[in-house]
Design a protein around this ligand. Structure first.
Ligand SMILES: [Zn+2]
Length: 262
């Protein structure tokens, strides 16, 4: 059994064939899908998806790319308005298994200070509700680690991890797992490949980030959670172990982190 810990099945990219993709996943042994939240407007759609499809779970959060869609100016941005909505979802729906995705992205136009404020709000929610955090981090790892250090009880996953073994170890020591995605199928990603091969198997989760992050050879095409099988095979090959061992360990890790899954 495999668990895709990060795919966006609610996105419009799957509107035409969502049933088919999810049933193909089941046939291939990709039995659980975790769909992260990206904005409060979209949270109800995730809830509907989890009610409709067995094996679909979700998270509630505000992705840094979606911050600018919530307010015209940073001054007009108030997070408190979402407190109750988030709390009610978590209390009422056990298939809501995490807070996120949230994080810091130095490549976008939103001021980093505003992104940090939004990230801290998610950390507070994760701490108060005792749920893991799904983190998106691009070129802002120092700031991310600084923030996480203020919330020692909060655990989670660094989604689509890419970076050095030192960085991977920093997160792992903080109680964060590393999301292994399509990046490892690219030969040029040698640094990420070697850090993810050297980290303990207990520190890894599998994910596709579908419809984004296509595998090598599929650039320009929609990614699908079906490709989780190929990611598991690639990780097994890099580590010199069987794909069954990868599946068994990463599913156990996912159920350990996302306690509501099992
Ligand atoms: Zn994502």
């Amino acid at each position: 059994m495999l668990i895709d810990t990060h795919c966006h099945m609610d996105f419009a990219a799957f509107d035409s064939d969502r049933n088919a993709v999810i049933s193909q996943c089941r046939q291939l042994g990709v039995e659980q899908l975790i769909c992260p939240g990206v904005s409060p407007q979209q949270w109800p759609k995730l809830d509907a998806l989890a009610k409709r499809y067995e094996g679909v779970a979700y998270a509630v959060g505000i992705h840094p790319w979606f911050i600018s869609s919530l307010a015209d100016t940073p001054q007009a941005f108030s997070l408190a308005q979402y407190d109750d909505q988030l709390k009610n979802i978590v209390a009422g729906q056990l298939r809501c298994v995490a807070i996120g995705e949230c994080g810091l992205d130095a490549k976008i136009d939103v001021p980093l200070a505003l992104q940090q404020e939004v990230l801290e709000w998610h950390c507070h929610q994760a701490q108060a509700l005792q749920l893991p955090l799904i983190v998106h981090c691009v070129k802002a790892h120092n700031e991310m680690l600084q923030c996480l250090n203020n919330f020692p009880e909060v655990k989670g996953v660094i989604h689509a991890f890419s970076g050095s073994i030192e960085l991977a170890e920093n997160y792992w020591q903080r109680g964060f797992l590393l999301g292994v995605g399509g990046t490892i199928t690219y030969e040029r990603a040698s640094k990420t490949r070697s850090s993810l091969s050297a980290m303990p198997l207990e520190s890894l989760l599998l994910e596709t980030d579908a419809p984004d992050m296509p595998l090598q050879g599929q650039q320009g095409h929609r990614n699908s959670p079906v490709n989780l099988v190929a990611i598991a095979q690639q990780l097994a090959q890099l580590r010199g172990i069987s794909v069954e061992a990868v599946a068994e360990a990463t599913s156990r890790n996912a159920k350990g982190l996302f306690g509501r899954l099992s």
